[in-house]
Write a new protein. Structure first.
Length: 194
C-alpha cells in the first residue's frame, strides 16, 4: 500500500508512505548456521529447513521540504520453523532505520546521514555448543555518512558517484546468527545507466 501526499505547502513539501504486509510459506528454506568449536573457531554451513513460515510488516515514510529529505522505516518479522516451532536463527525480529539528506541542487550533490538499528537481544538463539552456555548478543545501531553526486545530462546517461563512511563509531557488534559485524569502513561507488 502506497500513499503520496504531494504539495502540502506552497514550498513544494511532499510526504509519501509505504506499508507492506507479508506472509511467506516456504518449503526447503535455506539458512546459514554458525557455531564455535572448542578452539573458538567459528564454522558456517548451509542449513536446509523443511518448512518455514515468515510473516511481518514493513512501514516507511519520506518527508521532503525544500532541499531536506528524511526517511524513517520500521520492520518486524517472525520466521518460524514449523517442524520445531522455534524461531529461525539469523533473522533479526525488528529493524529500524532513519536517513536524513540535504541536496545541493546547483552541484547535483546530496549529503546524507543514516542510522540502522537491529533488535538482536529479543531473538531466540541456540546454546553455545563449545561450553553449553546461552549465547547473548546485544541490539546495536550503526551510523553512516556519505556524499552522492548525481548529475543528469539531458539525452545522455544517468551517472552517479558516491563515497560513504559506514559504521562511523566503529561499533563492535554481532548479528543474530553470531557472525561478527564489520568495523568502520569507507565505501566508494560509480554507476551509470544508458
Amino acid at each position: 500500500m502506497n500513499a503520496n501526499f504531494a504539495d502540502l505547502a506552497a514550498e513544494g513539501d511532499a510526504l509519501s508512505m509505504k506499508t507492506a504486509l507479508f506472509y511467506d510459506d516456504v518449503k526447503d528454506f535455506i539458512n546459514i548456521e554458525s557455531w564455535d568449536d572448542a578452539m573458538m573457531t567459528t564454522h558456517y554451513r548451509a542449513e536446509n529447513i523443511g518448512h518455514v513460515v515468515r510473516k511481518g510488516v514493513e512501514v516507511s515514510g519520506t518527508y521532503r521540504v525544500g532541499s531536506f529529505e528524511g526517511t524513517a522505516a520500521y520492520g518486524w518479522i517472525d520466521a518460524e520453523n514449523r517442524e520445531t516451532g522455534k524461531r529461525v536463527s539469523g533473522i533479526a525480529p525488528q529493524t529500524a532505520s532513519l536517513r536524513l539528506g540535504y541536496k545541493v541542487a546547483p552541484a547535483d550533490l546530496t549529503l546524507w546521514y543514516r542510522l540502522n538499528w537491529y533488535d538482536v537481544s529479543s531473538a531466540d538463539r541456540e546454546r553455545n555448543a563449545s561450553n553449553g552456555t546461552n549465547v547473548d548478543y546485544k541490539s546495536f545501531a550503526l551510523h553512516g555518512i556519505g556524499l552522492t553526486w548525481a548529475p543528469r545530462i539531458p539525452n545522455f546517461w544517468d551517472f552517479t558517484a558516491g563515497i560513504a563512511v559506514e559504521n562511523l563509531t566503529n561499533e563492535k557488534f554481532r548479528y543474530v546468527n553470531g557472525t561478527y559485524g564489520y568495523a568502520r569502513g569507507v565505501r566508494a561507488w560509480v554507476s551509470g545507466r544508458f
